[in-house]
Design a protein around this ligand. Structure first.
Ligand SMILES: O=c1[nH]cnc2c1ncn2[C@@H]1O[C@H](CO)[C@@H](O)[C@H]1O
Ligand SMILES: [Zn+2]
Length: 358
């Protein structure tokens, strides 16, 4: 079998469900926006700044990893800055061969210069629209859906859930909670999740990253999450062996085909996995959980969708078949309407991989 190269992976269509807008800025853009905003950075050399982010985020702790976001959030406080960051995000993902992406961010973190929550969302959605139009002109079409995140340590989830529903017909396709996991269980935000269910809206929950099974159990059985952000700690409910034995929660997650938004490099940086080769994605794929591959924060991990896939190819020997499986899993789990998901699978993803798989 011919080895799959990174350049080949860039060319195939990919789908991305878990990517943070404030975790994916271009270092050069941060430098420019920080100069305008009067925000002090660790360094103003873009290359050194990129290195600073990945080194600072490489801490083995989610809490310390999250501290690095102070520098990205600080430069995303005006409508033009938000719009630019979103536009560049769309272009960068499209250039990497991503044909469908759900990108998330927390509107409540972008109010320091007196924007309203609705203005923040409008600016980001406009940026995605502009970036997608430019990408289509460049011959790399991409569809982007926005997810609105509420910060789990804060108390604005109901407000953010209502904001998401208000913008559901203009680009927002779902809701999420993020931030430090330990000490902030998803049930703190139960009102928001129950509201979203009554609105027939979609949501994912960061769970099972820095904290284990109780967080996953609450996210699914109390809050009704459609998907799990990370969810990697579901392996704690699987007893190794031949065959491995699934506990009741792991069995439920697999039986119900609950999508796992796995983020290999991010997990290595926050200490959720020892290395890519040791990442539970290998086991979870073998057991045929609904596994998807994601970037989480491209800046903090110095990564891209193609790079995450290339790392998995190296560590687990995956071929085009597996990469297509991850991609279709993601597309099946997307928050856009069923007929639109199907169209991307049938007209974009399958024909491209068919040429490679034969
Ligand atoms: O992997 C993660 N786990 C938990 N929270 C995260 C992760 N990545 C980013 N954020 C948090 O989500 C906010 C909105 O995008 C970011 O500002 C960061 O605080
Ligand atoms: Zn995340």
């Amino acid at each position: 079998m011919v080895a799959i190269s990174y350049e080949d992976i860039v060319k195939v269509p990919k789908a991305l469900l878990h990517d943070h807008l404030d975790g994916g800025l271009r270092p050069a853009t941060i430098v420019e926006l920080a100069a305008e905003a009067g925000h002090e950075l660790p360094t103003t050399d873009p290359e050194a700044l990129g290195r600073w982010f990945s080194e600072a985020a490489n801490s083995g702790s989610l809490e310390r990893y999250l501290e690095t976001f102070a520098h990205t959030v600080a430069v995303m406080q005006t409508a033009p800055a938000l719009r630019r960051v979103a536009r560049e995000c769309a272009l960068d993902l499209a250039a990497d061969g991503v044909v469908y992406a759900e990108v998330r961010f927390a509107p409540e973190q972008h109010l320091e210069q007196n924007l309203t929550l609705d203005e923040v969302v409008d600016a980001v959605v406009t940026g995605f629209r502009e970036g997608s139009a430019l990408a289509a002109e460049a011959g790399t079409p991409i569809r982007i859906g926005t997810l609105l995140t509420a910060m789990r340590h804060a108390a604005r989830s109901q407000e953010i859930a209502e904001l998401a529903v208000r913008h559901r017909d203009t680009g927002v396709v779902g809701f999420d909670i993020a931030g430090a996991e330990a000490g902030f269980p998803p049930t703190r935000h139960l009102d928001a999740f129950e509201y979203l269910q009554r609105e027939n809206f979609h949501f994912t929950i960061h769970a099972g990253e820095a904290f284990g099974l109780p967080s996953i159990w609450q996210a699914i059985q109390w809050c009704g999450a459609d998907r799990l952000g990370h969810g990697v700690r579901i392996v704690d409910d699987i007893t190794p062996g031949n065959p491995p034995v699934l506990g009741r929660l792991a069995a439920y997650v697999r039986d119900k085909r609950i999508p796992l938004e796995l983020c290999p490099s991010s997990n290595v940086q926050t200490g959720a996995a020892a290395s890519i080769a040791d990442h539970p994605i290998g086991l979870l794929r073998d057991l045929r959980f609904r596994v998807t591959v994601n970037t989480d924060n491209r800046l903090m991990s110095g990564t891209s969708m193609s790079r995450e896939m290339a790392l998995l190819v190296d560590a687990f020997g995956y071929g085009w078949k597996e990469l297509q499986w991850f991609t279709i899993n993601a597309m099946k789990s997307a928050f856009i309407p069923f007929d639109e998901r199907l169209r991307i699978i049938d007209e974009v993803i399958k024909p491209a991989y068919a040429k490679l798989i034969g």
